[in-house]
Design a protein around this ligand. Sequence first.
Ligand code: PEP
Length: 261
Amino acid sequence: MKQSVKMIVGNWKMNGLAADLSAAVVEMLADLKGRPASARVGLCPPATLIERMVRTIDGGPVSVGGQDCRVEAKGAFTGGVSAEMLVDAGARLVILGHSERRQEFGESDALVSDKVGAALRAGLTPIVCVGETLAQREAGEAASVVRGQILGSLNDGLAGQDWALAYEPVWAIGTGLTPTLEQIAEIHAAARAAMVERLGDGGRAALILYGGSVNPGNARDILAVDEVGGALVGGASLKAADFLAIIRAAEPAVVAADGQG
Ligand code: PEP
């Protein structure tokens, strides 16, 4: 199934100071205001920049998001940021279960599912990340690993809510490597089946984003693959021109003009 309105979300990871906002976001907003994108656009800076970015965007066509949240709303969790705090800062999205958090912080599927529940409680749109390692792909386990992560990381509360899944092969993140278009199609189909297995009809509507070395050169082909509902973009989202080119590659009119719509 091809979906016409795609979602393009930038993940700045632990990059960005106040000075970077004027360079990247202001340039991007000027372009988007001049020729509005028909894709949904999100940008997830470090938590320290959320409020400033929201003020910079000031009602513009970009939703700001967090990169993680705790399960608890508040309490004695030094260094923690809750979903409620993200909302308080102006965020509308949150990335959860990113492979860097799964690997660096040992986050389990069960914890990610609880974080999804916390995000929904606060009114955030969760973007739930899954993806296999290179060893798992080479062992022929990519589809089964992704299915297991989806069954474990989704949360009953997602049915009927605004949310997205992001398929991000770990070996493609920040490496310049990407799966073939056939491999992306295969895993996105498997992911959809697992979403429906987990949530019934509630698993049919959510977009499935692809993430992992998306850039202006490969975005249009990737975004035209069946069941690719958008992209989660790391490195390329730090450069306004590259991120804008990826947003433009997601526009239905561009896809239709190429005869791929
Ligand atoms: C990511 O970290 O979510 C990501 C997709 O990174 P990159 O685009 O840099 O591979």
